[in-house]
Design a protein around this ligand. Structure first.
Ligand SMILES: Cc1cc2nc3c(=O)[nH]c(=O)nc-3n(C[C@H](O)[C@H](O)[C@H](O)COP(=O)(O)O)c2cc1C
Length: 318
């Protein structure tokens, strides 16, 4: 089988923000990472919003280790999304993604809600493509359908406008949310022939090198995107592309002081810093029995000092 060509770090709102992108990209060896979705209303995004949400724009739109950041927009207004994308490009962005996959009920008439309106998806994608120089990479990230996987072919035809570079497909419908028992990698394989020159990227439940290989085989995609598992296995990109072994729990714990420092640098209050570190270790414990045991104690800590002390003590004991 051909080797995996590219591994992307998925957009994850409230999880994969600038501090986490910096840390995960330094470990992970990703070809590109994505911003959290940035909501576009009927107003073009101000420069200050773009710089706040994607501070990497000030450094060639790359994380510190040089991983490019693709900026993701979510909304239903083709014109303001296109103009916001132009503004992002003028600030240094080289790739833009359109979110047609977010299943949140709180996202009114945007994200996966738009999967019921293929014509609108077409209009948004075509308008953004026309507004950008052909050298700027444009992708769409979507699910297989709103209520049924049978919707996928029509949706693919709607979004694959000339010049769309990539179509990233999370192999579930909006109704299936994140259900473990609902994952349709095999449906992605049938979409290639509808994509024209657009390259398909497979996403959903890739957790290690073996599942990446299986996903590649089933979907016939050589570009993959990983999300939640990248939090649990910070070097997941390297595991998939270069056969790296998973970090040990001790190595994952050693990222905690780094994460605290990064969050502090970016002005997070102590409570928010603790919540984010607990979120990280909450992902880790899912794949690590020692981590699960450690988390039982860690989730009760109430200050950064206490947390760092516990981590240091534990690292010495491992
Ligand atoms: C907490 C969380 C936040 C997410 N935020 C976004 C987002 O901002 N934009 C987006 O397109 N997808 C978002 N997703 C979906 C992921 O990018 C990805 O498609 C999904 O988690 C499936 O991939 P995985 O099984 O590798 O995690 C989010 C997922 C999670 C769990």
């Amino acid at each position: 089988m051909t080797p995996v060509e590219k591994v992307y770090l998925a957009p994850m709102e409230g999880v994969c923000d600038p501090p986490l992108r910096k840390i995960l990209c330094a470990q992970g060896g990703y070809d590109e990472c994505f911003s959290e979705f940035i909501r576009v209303t009927d107003v073009v995004l101000p420069t200050k919003t773009l710089l706040r949400d994607v501070p990497e724009l000030t450094q060639n739109c790359c994380t510190d280790d040089g991983t490019p950041v693709r900026i993701q927009f979510l909304g239903d207004n083709a014109t303001t999304i296109a103009q916001s994308a132009q503004r992002a490009v003028s600030l240094g962005a080289r790739s833009i993604d359109l979110n047609f996959g977010c299943p949140s009920r709180f996202v009114h008439h945007a994200g996966a809600m738009l999967l019921r309106e293929p014509e609108l998806l077409h209009r948004i994608t075509a308008t953004v493509r026309e507004a950008l120089d052909p050298s700027i990479c444009l992708s769409v990230k979507m699910r297989l359908g709103f209520a049924s996987i049978d919707e996928a072919p029509a949706l693919v035809k709607a979004v694959c406008v000339p010049g769309l570079n990539e179509l990233i497909v999370h192999a579930r419908t909006r109704s299936e949310l994140y259900r473990k028992d609902a994952l349709h990698w095999e449906c992605i394989a049938q979409l290639h022939e509808l994509c024209g020159s657009t390259v398909l990227v497979a996403n959903g439940d890739i957790i290690d090198a073996a599942s990446a290989q299986c996903c590649q085989k089933v979907t016939q995609c050589s570009r993959l995107m990983v999300g939640r598992a990248a939090m649990a296995q910070p070097n997941l990109g390297r595991m998939i592309k270069a056969g790296a072994v998973a970090l040990s729990f001790k190595e994952k714990l050693q990222l905690v002081p780094v994460l605290f420092a990064e969050l502090m640098d970016r002005g997070f209050a102590e409570k928010a810093r603790l919540d984010r570190v607990k979120q990280y270790l909450g992902f880790v414990r899912r794949v690590d029995a020692v981590g699960a045991e450690f988390f039982k104690t860690f989730c009760h800590v109430s200050s950064q000092q206490e947390a760092l002390h516990l981590v240091q003590e534990y690292c010495v004991s491992l």
